[in-house]
Unconditional design. Structure first.
Length: 712
């Protein structure tokens, strides 16, 4: 059985310890044509830093390989975690190169075979790496045409290419395949004049819908994740965890655990673990370990966190300042003060953090669920005191990341335990460990002072973001006097925080669009009309009009009792607008999202099917942070340990979803994150329209909804 024909797995089925180095990999492919390309200007600084840090060659290259059989291997440092680049990258390559998409195979994230990449996050795969990848393919195409012309003994302008074959235009019977051109050769060639990739009008595969290439393998259970790998002598690890993020291990008595058959105790400084070939027996032995801790916890909990954030000394950075905000606030006809909050939110991926670590001689190999394979390689090398060439990270498919798998603690722990025990070690976080070690979306506060004329024109906007991050904090609307300030500080949180799908933008869009809705309601203006009246950005206007048409919006002053909400925003190059319909049970506070429409303008859309899936996923996931997801804690003690205390969206929640992607013949932009940023705001605004109650804190739990209704 071919395990997965779309995702090149370098380990043979029956020999999981067999590995290739880069030279062996080239030999295996039988030479062929290598075309090297430079990363774009956006990555130049990062690449230069990486070169120095990783001792890479001066020219930072990534490459394509065209084999003797005509198959093409594309190696990128990005990983596949469900976002679909394993499908869209082959679309781009095949289209640019004029070769069948079936001939494209991907090798992704392998630190030994793929070019350095900072990580898969920020919706940067297509919009940032994509142009460089297309530049490489465009160069490959010109080189192949030149080689083909030479082979066919004609001038380069007399040949063309189709389906991976170079042919003479005047006589298509005279032709040569890519495989024939590269047979037995290894050709390294740069063009003196770099060719430009194709124009939008020449696209044949880009812009067409393709189902995810890995879909069948995943549905059939053939796709390999980190926890699916097995090795002779492999042991499962169960780690002694502190009861709190404020706890430090003083001592650990493992004597009782050591009495159990087959148990291996592994220690490395403060890391204490029980190893066994049966994970349940390792877990049972772990319960017998007697540990003593000392505590130094931050005196804060999920109820006092917002007061803590506002009182904590922070550094203020002005993100944008236009006009005279202070004078405008004094002269505003109608003034509004708003303070908005969001709690800590977990990433909660379907696949918890997992890593398999084992040694081959003096080299350590890791199969790790990570969004940052090269960062993981750096971290393991640093922790173990090894050189980079002695650490190889091979990320299989990831079962969700959302920014949370940018952290790679589990890989470092597995590596340390493999070194300490001399055995292959599999470390799979339990759900409780996943929550405890997560880098949560930070709790944050947004304070807004705004003013509007009685005619409905926004006159002033003074925006302060505390610890959410500045992404999405821009005013968006046309305001003559506007100021945005970002507040940040170190060690403000009682535990780790980090990027969470569209970092910062969910919080900022919730605050901004709620404040906008308040002003619209006060002036008696339809929420859509109010936004359009205060916008000059034609692209934002375009998505708002598109979603209104898709939804069938009828103008009305809010609260209208219909339960309709609207919100718009911008993320990672893309514009997005949502309209939602909700029903609110005024006796229980429960909110049912009935329908959500979403319009997105993301430049040229490579794979509309894939983009639609991402939009639908964003809408579904976004209902969680909007309505239920909240981490409960006291100091460093995380009370949330599983889904009995952390509610993610269920299938029964899923509303009718309508999506529309606007046509735009411009550079492709983000598709994996924009669709989530409006969900808190659009549901909050729909709740207001249904009940007249304004919600200021995410998530909008039934208790908070009832409390808000009680204030109406």
């Amino acid at each position: 059985m071919e395990r997965n024909k779309y995702y090149r797995d370098e380990l043979p089925e029956n020999n999981p310890s067999f590995e290739f180095n880069r030279r062996d990999f080239v030999k295996l492919l039988g030479g062929g044509l290598f075309i090297y390309f430079q990363l774009g200007d956006f990555l130049t600084g990062i690449a230069a830093e990486a070169e120095q840090r990783r001792s890479l060659p001066t020219d930072y290259n990534s490459f394509l390989h065209i084999g003797e059989d005509g198959n093409i291997t594309c190696m990128v440092g990005k990983i596949e975690m469900g976002q679909g680049i394993i499908t869209s990258f082959p679309q781009m390559i095949a289209d640019e190169l004029d070769t069948p998409i079936e001939s494209i195979k991907m090798v992704m994230g392998d630190t030994e075979l793929c070019p350095y990449d900072m990580g898969t996050w920020g919706s940067m795969s297509t919009r940032i790496l994509g142009p460089s990848l297309l530049g490489a393919v465009a160069e490959a195409r010109v080189v192949l045409l030149s080689l083909g012309a030479e082979y066919l003994k004609v001038k380069p302008e007399e040949v063309s290419v189709e389906n991976g074959t170079v042919f003479i235009k005047a006589n298509k019977e005279k032709k040569v395949s890519f495989g024939q051109l590269t047979k037995g050769k290894r050709i390294e060639k740069f063009m003196d004049v770099k060719p430009k990739p194709k124009d939008f009008s020449e696209y044949k595969l880009r812009g067409k819908s393709f189902k995810h290439a890995d879909g069948v393998a995943k549905v059939k259970g053939e796709a390999m994740y980190s926890g699916d790998f097995r090795m002779p002598g492999m042991l499962y690890a169960k780690i002694l965890r502190p009861p709190s993020h404020g706890a430090t291990l003083v001592s650990a008595d493992t004597s009782e655990a050591e009495k159990m058959d087959g148990i291996v105790i592994a220690r490395d400084k403060d890391l204490v673990a029980i190893l066994h070939k049966d994970p349940e027996k390792a877990e049972a032995a772990l319960k017998k370990v007697k540990a003593e801790y000392k505590f130094d916890e931050m005196k804060v909990d999920d109820k006092t966190i917002f007061k803590h954030l506002l009182e904590f000394p922070s550094e203020a950075r002005i993100v944008k300042n236009t006009g005279d905000v202070e004078s405008a606030k004094k002269n505003a006809e109608l003034s509004f003060e708003g303070e908005y909050y969001n709690s800590y939110v977990a990433h909660s991926p379907m696949e918890p953090h997992t890593a398999l670590a084992y040694f081959e001689g003096d080299k350590i190999i890791l199969r790790a669920s990570t969004q940052t394979p090269f960062g993981t390689q750096d971290g393991v090398a640093r922790e173990l005191g090894m050189s980079l060439d002695k650490v190889r990270v091979i990320p299989p498919f990831l079962g969700g990341g959302f920014g949370g798998k940018g952290a790679f603690l589990q890989a470092i722990e597995a590596a340390r335990l493999a070194k300490a025990s001399g055995k292959p070690v599999m470390l799979q976080y339990t759900r409780k460990e996943e929550f405890f070690n997560d880098t949560f979306r930070p709790a944050a506060v947004i304070k807004i002072t705004s003013g509007v004329s009685k005619a409905g024109k926004i006159s002033v906007w003074d925006y302060h973001e505390y610890f959410a991050g500045a992404r999405g904090s821009d005013t968006v609307y046309d305001v003559p006097d506007a100021k945005t300030t970002s507040h940040s500080a170190k060690d403000v949180h009682p535990f780790g925080t980090g990027a969470w799908r569209a970092p910062g933008n969910n919080t900022n869009t919730f605050a901004r669009e709620s404040q906008i809705d308040r002003m619209a309601a006060k002036t008696g203006t339809d929420p859509l009309e109010f936004r359009l009246k205060n916008l000059k950005d034609e692209r934002m206007i375009g998505v708002l009009k598109a979603v209104a048409d898709l939804f069938g919006w009828k103008p009305a002053k809010s609260p209208s009792g219909r339960g309709y909400g609207i919100a718009c925003g911008f993320d990672a190059g893309s514009y997005v607008a949502h309209i939602a319909e909700v029903k609110v049970d005024k006796t229980t506070g429960k909110v049912k999202v009935v329908r959500v429409a979403c319009a997105q303008e993301m430049g040229y859309c490579i794979n509309p099917e894939g983009a639609t899936i991402q939009m639908e996923g964003c809408i579904t996931m976004g209902m969680g942070y909007a309505l239920s997801e909240e981490v409960l804690f006291t100091g460093g003690d995380i009370h949330t340990g599983n889904y009995d205390t952390y509610q993610i969206p269920q299938f029964s929640w899923i509303p009718e979803i309508q999506t529309r992607i606007l046509d735009k013949n411009e550079a492709p932009q983000a598709g994996g994150e924009p669709g989530i940023i409006c969900m808190g705001a659009v549901i909050a605004n729909a709740i207001f329209d249904a009940t007249g109650a304004r919600l200021y804190q995410l998530p909008m739990t039934p208790a908070r909804v009832l409390e808000a209704i009680g204030k109406v």
